[in-house]
Design a protein around this ligand. Structure first.
Ligand code: WT7
Length: 679
């Protein structure tokens, strides 16, 4: 790949290039029933039909008033979809299904303890719960249309209920992944200026009843340090009547939701008719620099896009038992557990716990018990299930027709286990490449029509036209297998609207790099820069190599090197820190931290442990580094920038590149000797 800033390190740099793989065809019985079984669909979404092709997705929804302009490009790159249209997302995911499916399960929730009963929530029951919680938010907390409400909720049905209640009011929800620390949550509360925080007392994870409410107290404290006050903390109880937290309730601020709900029993809240362009939610993600970015997603465009891709790529039919085993705390869960499937009136399975708890057969037992036939997960989970229970699937009687993977590149041998063993060779497998920012899938195979190829995500999805550019902005020849930066030529309805409160940063990060003409209102001049390295084979299939910016994707969770480094610098003894990605057998990639100590401080195991703890405190357990290396000094440029690229080369036993221009080239061999002899 062409030149990049020399102090950067990228995942794409350490990517393993595997060989071209043979195709697999979808099973005939899958093709026979697929939602997209006829090739004319590719024509309906051809480039000539852009942007009107996306009307097909929007027509899956119920609109209060129809739009007059499909795509407004007057203020690039702030694209507007379905302008003039009005709708309510909650109405579309709940109310409108009552007529035909009142008694159908909308959500089937599986608690982690196997001794606890699975719970099915019908559309009618969901409607009741959402209305009552919406009334509580409105009347007890004063939540109005356009207000932000932060959730710090685990995988419990109260999470989709809370999301849909906000959507009903036209309030903007911002769910923070339950595994994030209180401090990380507090930063997001302050950034979104949420006055209400919704949390839970505790939840089951990996055999433990986790105390979660304590994190809400930390979040409120962090927000306060950032100059923002939270007025109300709503605490759902995992088991109403008993309290699973050590943290006391704060008078006037904290309330148990189950104690207030009876006041709202039977209350119906009219769904607020929202403009298509009104924000539906924020989802924070890590970026190249600075604090996490609140990706703002729209109501009409987003919902249309996730409904359409759920129909054609997840191939969800009314009678399917669909299980997306992601966490709703990430975009995958928003789009493909909650909004997409519920917009289609489907049944969506939710699981509270860890896929390998209490053993590697758990996932397959759930599949057998519920009759799951569509299954969606991440390569990291597949690697773990394969490692811990390679033969477990054979012990259970389930049959999948369709399987999806998302979040990271999947190695061909892992793909084959997923297909042959987990899927028993009966299911079609689609690898879906996309991002928090993009709302829904960008690259994948249309399951009945395009053959699968292990290790490649496939071509652009319907209506998405990817292109690879080199660092200078020239197009890398299509099908040449040369690596470059993958971009999307055209806007699409699911693309996020902006970074909350930071429109300039939005333009700069995602569009500036490859903008052809900043004065142009033609979308062709504004390709979307995804931040991933990729190659394209002669058949048009893309292979994603990983991030090209300072983002490390650990087990499908995006971590910014800057956030990791800032967390290290909260430790007194640390003078400098650098985070680098290393290949990891189960998690795909992991983080190694390199730290240099302040003068006079002696290295010790204690300091290494303190650094790891600081990261867990500031970000969350998912960010715990694989190793903390204390080094005498960092390799630096003459201008003093830490050369992460060199460190990553050492950590991964790969080429460190040219070090002759370093200010301290001698340190490279020192570090290499020390680290590589200990690994
Ligand atoms: C980054 C986005 C989209 C939901 C989960 C992650 C990587 C995502 C794939 C895939 C190879 C993938 C990219 C992307 N990624 N899917 N199928 N193959 N890489 O969302 O946290 O926003 O992370 O995950 O590097 O940029 P996210």
């Amino acid at each position: 790949m062409a030149a990049r800033p020399e102090d950067q390190v990228s995942e794409a740099q350490i990517a393993v290039h595997w060989r071209e793989e043979a195709y697999y065809s979808p099973p005939p019985q899958f093709i026979a029933q697929a939602n997209a079984a006829y090739p004319d669909i590719l024509e309906r979404f051809s480039e000539q039909r852009f942007p009107d092709c996306f009307k097909e997705y929007a027509d899956l929804l119920t609109w209060d008033s129809y739009w007059h302009t499909t795509l407004d490009t007057s203020k690039p790159p702030f694209w507007k979809w379905f302008v003039g249209g009005r709708l309510n997302a909650c109405y579309n995911c709940v109310d409108r299904h009552l007529r035909t499916s009142r008694n159908k399960a909308a959500i089937i929730w599986v608690p982690e303890p196997e001794s606890e009963d699975t719970k099915a929530i019908t559309y009618q029951e969901l409607y009741r719960q959402v209305n009552e919680f919406a009334a509580l938010l409105r009347d007890h907390c004063g939540v109005k249309t356009g207000d932000r409400v932060t959730f710090h909720l685990p995988m419990v049905p109260e999470l989709p209920v809370s999301m849909l209640a906000c959507a009903r009011l036209g309030a903007i929800h911002s769910e923070v992944f339950g595994g994030f620390s209180g401090a990380a949550c507090g930063g997001r509360v302050a950034d979104s200026q949420s006055h209400v925080l919704v949390t839970m007392d505790g939840y089951h994870r990996n055999g433990e009843l986790v105390d979660h409410k304590v994190k809400a107290d930390e979040a409120v404290e962090t927000a306060r340090e950032l100059g923002h006050e939270v007025d109300k903390v709503l605490v759902w109880r995992r088991n109403p009547g008993s309290y699973a937290s050590q943290s006391p309730m704060v008078e006037g601020r904290d309330v148990f939701v189950d104690e207030l709900l009876p006041d709202y029993r039977g209350t119906v809240v009219e769904p607020v008719s929202m403009p298509a362009e009104a924000p539906l939610f924020l989802m924070y993600t890590s970026g190249t620099t600075g604090r996490p970015k609140g990706c703002q997603h729209s109501t009409g465009g987003y919902l249309a896009y996730v409904a359409g891709t759920s129909k054609y790529y997840q191939d969800i039919h009314p009678e399917d038992t669909y299980w997306c085993a992601a966490d709703i705390g990430w975009i995958t869960g928003h789009s493909y557990i909650v909004y997409g499937p519920l917009a289609l009136g489907a049944t969506s399975v939710m699981y509270e716990g860890v896929p390998t708890y209490p053993d590697a057969g758990r996932v397959w037992r759930i599949a057998e018990r519920l009759g799951v036939n569509i299954f969606h997960t991440a390569p990291t989970t597949i690697r773990m299930l394969r490692k811990l229970g390679p033969d477990e699937p054979n012990k259970y009687h389930y049959h999948l027709k369709h399987m999806t993977t998302v979040g990271e590149p999947i190695e061909p041998e892992v793909w084959r286990w997923y297909h042959d063993v987990a899927g028993k060779g009966e299911a079609v497998v689609v690898d879906t490449w996309w991002q928090t920012e993009t709302g829904g899938f960008l690259g994948s195979t249309l399951p009945a029509l395009q053959p699968m190829k292990p290790g490649s995500c496939g071509p652009g999805v319907l209506g998405i036209y990817p292109v690879i550019y080199d660092e200078e902005g020239s197009e890398v020849e299509a099908g040449s297998e040369r690596a470059g930066n993958i971009c999307i030529r055209n806007p699409w309805p699911g693309i996020f609207q902006t970074i909350w409160g930071q429109p300039d940063r939005f333009v700069q990060i995602y569009y500036q790099k490859y903008c052809r003409n900043a004065d142009s209102q033609d979308w062709r001049d504004w390709p979307y820069f995804a931040g991933d390295g990729a190659t394209q084979a002669a058949d048009g299939y893309f292979r994603i190599l990983g991030r090209v910016d300072d983002v490390i994707n650990v087990a499908g969770h995006r971590l910014g090197t800057k956030e990791l480094e800032s967390a290290c610098l909260t430790v007194d003894e640390i003078a400098e820190a650098a985070a680098v990605p290393v290949m990891d057998e189960v998690r795909g990639r992991a983080v190694e931290m390199y730290v240099a100590l302040k003068p006079g401080v002696a290295p010790s195991k204690d300091i290494e442990a303190t650094v790891a703890e600081a990261i867990v405190r500031e970000i969350g357990k998912i960010a715990r580094p694989k190793h903390v290396w204390i080094v005498a000094d960092m390799p630096k440029t003459r201008s003093g920038k830490i050369m992460r690229r060199v460190i990553a080369g050492i950590s991964n036993f790969t080429d460190v590149g040219d070090v002759s221009t370093l200010a301290n080239p001698e340190i490279v061999d020192d570090i290499r000797h020390r680290i590589q002899s200990e690994k």
